[in-house]
Design a protein around this ligand. Structure first.
Ligand SMILES: Nc1ncnc2c1ncn2[C@@H]1O[C@H](COP(=O)(O)OP(=O)(O)O)[C@@H](O)[C@H]1O
Ligand SMILES: [Mg+2]
Length: 196
């Protein structure tokens, strides 16, 4: 079964940046092996949205991929996901996934706020993690070449620009979003072990 999450329709550039954050997080998780869902921009009943697998259950510590969930705390911190909470960890057949990355990177954040939180731990749920599992996540993130991350951020921003559902996401916004998101990622990667 599939779950469809419609794109919100306020007049705000963050509507597009939110979709950028969701898709970028999902694609980065894929090359790093963290448990996020694959997302696809799709139209349903005349509305654009994100299509993903439907997850019927609340996750708990007994899921089969609990070690990956624990190490994904490093991922959630490096992408500055300020919206990680227990309700955002769902499961299907005892395999857990972290959902909702629409408040990662620069999405919904004025610059002064990014400056305020850039050195801080931001997650509100610790994914049952511990220092050892967190550091396994840090190692995975460190093993990925930043060039691959930049490529994902660029390609994703371009794709959203081409979809043209938010006129405020213009060329300048595309460049700013990629630049800011990549800077957030690189900075937090450098200080990641202090964010447990
Ligand atoms: N893949 C999914 N499968 C099942 N339920 C989901 C899925 N994604 C989201 N939900 C449900 O919808 C709620 C809202 O989704 P979420 O991604 O958090 O949207 P929002 O960005 O509006 O907060 C979630 O808290 C969850 O209950
Ligand atoms: Mg949510």
């Amino acid at each position: 079964m599939k779950f469809f999450k419609p794109i919100k329709s306020f007049k705000d550039v963050n509507i597009a940046i939110e979709i950028f954050a969701e898709l970028s997080a999902s694609r980065m998780s894929k090359i790093m092996g963290f448990p996020l869902l694959e997302l696809e921009i799709t139209e349903k009943d005349g509305k654009l949205g994100l299509l993903m697998d439907h997850l019927p259950d609340k996750a708990n510590e007994n899921v089969v991929n609990i070690d990956k969930i624990k190490s994904a705390l490093a991922f959630e911190e490096v992408i500055l996901n300020i919206d990680l909470k227990e309700e955002h960890v769902l499961a299907k057949e005892k395999v857990a996934y972290i959902i909702d990355h629409g408040h990662s990177f620069n999405a919904w954040k004025p610059l002064y706020y990014i400056q305020e939180i850039i050195d801080k731990k931001v997650s509100r749920f610790n994914l049952w993690s511990n220092w050892e599992k967190f550091m396994e996540g840090v190692e995975i993130i460190n093993s990925i070449d930043d060039k691959n991350v930049l490529e994902i951020l660029r390609d994703t921003a371009e794709e959203i620009y081409q979809h043209n559902f938010c006129k405020l996401f213009d060329r300048k916004a595309v460049e700013e979003t990629v630049d800011l998101s990549f800077r957030i990622f690189r900075y937090r990667k450098r200080i990641l072990s202090s964010l447990f």
